[in-house]
Design a protein. Structure first.
Length: 443
């Protein structure tokens, strides 16, 4: 795997927590934006990554960033490490035994009035929109033991649909919490071996689990790697279809692949399910002769059509450029949808540019950035009261290499190739991190 310096550029961590006000803005911030964009990602507690490569990056301590908006103003920026046991071991050892032992560094979710920082399979952690740490979830006791960082919320029922993948048995659980956070379904799904599962998809009636070619190999730990995961040619990639509220899982074989992120899925008719995802032809491939990981390829937008009547799956690309970190208007989660937005991946080590796909017209438009700059995922914020699927804004955190600082760029989701609606200029870097969410002000 190409060595890259995690301590330079867009991925580089910050070493402190700050509160900033009077942010400089270009353009006009829409007055309807009332809330905060939260970002989550790994940021070492001592402000420096040890080693390089993705497996030195992913496991580091959770740090949240918030840029808040009110009355057409960018009110403040703040960043905080989540107050976990791991944080206290460095900054407040006396507190450590009383704090949750989890590292929720992947995503942020607002559900049932509770704001959660989410971990890769570990326990979620309740926070406030001001990034204060609250601790174990209070309204989501059913997922307190662990959950994917990419659960799905049904926009019509408010239900939270999730899985928990673990390298210890049981290897896979599936669950549904109701709109108030109470766990209604919690079942073990039988799989022959644990594998790396990062995301799932839902339709209005079913959920899709992804059991793919990246699996565990604990000998990697003895070789000095920090995570025991690698590509396995001999695994059968497959999609599991489970009824929303549990029941028999049907597995459908697909071509070898790895999927980090799902775009969306929906029931096309009673028999056919459409699943759109960012697909890698291989991922985390270990070269046995050198003991090193190969460079990952870029992800490509890919469509699966699963025919539950005849058991066949049709699959193929919808685009040819590299993309990652797809987002949609989440009011369409699990339903037919027209638009998706994603970060462009011009090379495996760059997240640079935003692309909008219009499935109906087969058209793409782009927000481009010069080489050296990088950007986060484009978070879609619906316009309050808006009806059209693309009526809203994309919020994109852009790293500016020239100044080693970050901007929050607000794009009109209908015209991402036009000038940004507004740009909030931060005097310092927001490290690239993983995922984020728009959190409307809770009153
Ligand atoms: Fe993710």
């Amino acid at each position: 795997m190409t060595a890259f310096d995690l301590n330079r550029g867009a991925l580089a961590p910050v070493a402190d927590e700050v509160d900033l006000v009077d942010l400089s803005v270009t353009g006009v911030i829409p007055r309807e934006l009332d809330g905060a964009l939260l970002r989550n990602g790994p940021n070492p507690l001592r402000g420096r990554f040890e080693g390089n490569g993705v497996l030195s990056w992913w496991p580091e301590a959770a740090m949240l960033h918030s840029i808040s908006f009110e009355d057409g103003r960018a009110v403040s920026y703040r960043n905080r490490w989540v107050r976990t046991r791991r944080w206290a071991d460095v900054y407040s050892p006396a507190q450590a035994p009383h704090l949750p032992d989890t590292n929720p560094n992947v995503n942020v979710l607002l559900h049932a009035g509770e704001l959660l920082a989410l971990a890769e399979g570990g326990a979620p952690f309740a926070i406030t929109a001001e990034l204060d740490s609250l601790g174990a979830p209070r309204r989501h006791a059913g997922v307190a033991g662990g959950m994917t960082a990419h659960p799905k919320v049904d926009p019509l029922t408010g239900e939270l649909i999730a899985f928990r993948a673990d390298w210890r048995a049981p290897w896979l659980r599936y669950g549904v919490a109701d709109a108030q956070g109470a766990q209604r379904v919690d079942v073990v799904v039988d799989v022959p071996a644990p594998s790396m599962m990062h995301d799932l998809a839902i339709t209005a009636t079913r959920s899709l689990l992804l059991d793919l070619n990246v699996g565990y190999d604990f000998s990697l730990l003895k070789q000095g790697h920090r995570m025991p995961l690698r590509w396995h040619d001999d695994r059968q990639a497959r999609i599991g279809v489970i009824p929303r509220y549990g029941g028999d899982v049907r597995w459908f074989g697909i071509e070898p692949c790895f999927i980090q992120h799902v775009v969306n899925a929906y029931d096309r008719d009673e028999a056919c399910i459409v699943l759109d995802a960012v697909r890698y032809p291989w991922f985390l491939r270990l070269d046995a002769s050198t003991g090193r990981f190969a460079d990952n390829p870029v992800g490509v937008l890919w469509r699966y059509v699963i025919n539950t009547a005849n058991g066949r799956v049709e699959e193929g690309p919808l685009g040819d450029g590299g993309i990652e970190l797809p987002r949609i208007n989440e009011r369409r989660t699990g339903r037919p949808y027209r638009y998706l937005y994603a970060t462009e991946q011009p090379t495996p080590v760059e997240m640079r540019g935003v692309v909008r796909f219009d499935h109906e017209r087969g058209a793409t438009t782009r927000y481009t950035l010069p080489p050296g700059d990088q950007n986060s995922e484009p978070v879609f914020v619906p316009r309050p009261g808006g009806v059209d699927e693309d009526d809203g804004w994309l919020m994109v955190v852009v790293y500016r290499a020239a100044t080693d600082s970050s901007d929050l760029v607000i794009l009109d989701a209908r015209e991402i190739d036009a000038e940004p609606v507004a740009t909030v200029h931060l005097p310092r870097r927001v490290p690239a991190g993983f995922h984020g969410a728009w959190v409307p002000r809770m009153r």
